[in-house]
Ligand binder design. Sequence first.
Ligand code: S3P
Length: 208
Amino acid sequence: MNKLNNRTRRVENRFGKSGSMSAKPGSPSAAKPLARDRVRTVVLVGFMGAGKTTVGRALSRRLGRPFEDLDDRIHHREGKTIEQIFRESGETGFRKAETAALRELLGELGSSLRVVALGGGAFVEPGNAALIEEAEAHSVFLDAPVEELLRRCMEETTERPLRQNPEQFRVLYEKRRRSYMRAAVRIETGGKDVDTVAAEVACSLGLG
Ligand code: S3P
């Protein structure tokens, strides 16, 4: 599992140097926390370098609930790494595989809470966001200043087909940010360690 191995090699306990947490105005975290029994699955969304996988793992440990990374499911279903899928089928082929994997995952959800990390483009696809909403999963946008996201990605060994150069990275982030903002909750991750962010996600959902 190339990608999984790469992911485990990431710096797991810190994100960066600056920033603060905030909740989207009017979001559940700003209003009243969700009752534990109403929360089924937490879906972490955000750009490359947001820490969806590392925070997801920490949150899963904290809550004692299973964790799943959508890219890993795609890898297993397709029998190919994410990079291979991009190389052989392009982004269009990858998005099809991604939606199929997401549908499958959401279809398997029982009544118990799970923590799911999406790839950076998954929530941007309107159909996928609708599937997540229909499944009554709670989306959480892990945000950070784009320069920090870039720095985190540069420090990692993970292959990212859509991280071509800094300018393209910034442009793509700006293009996608509005979609991420549709998540139920936004957590600023800049300058925080992974466990702090996981705790803030749990608290914002009333699961602290
Ligand atoms: C993508 C992000 C990647 C992976 C794929 C596409 C994107 O996941 O799904 O390379 O479109 O931003 P990470 O966000 O975990 O790097």
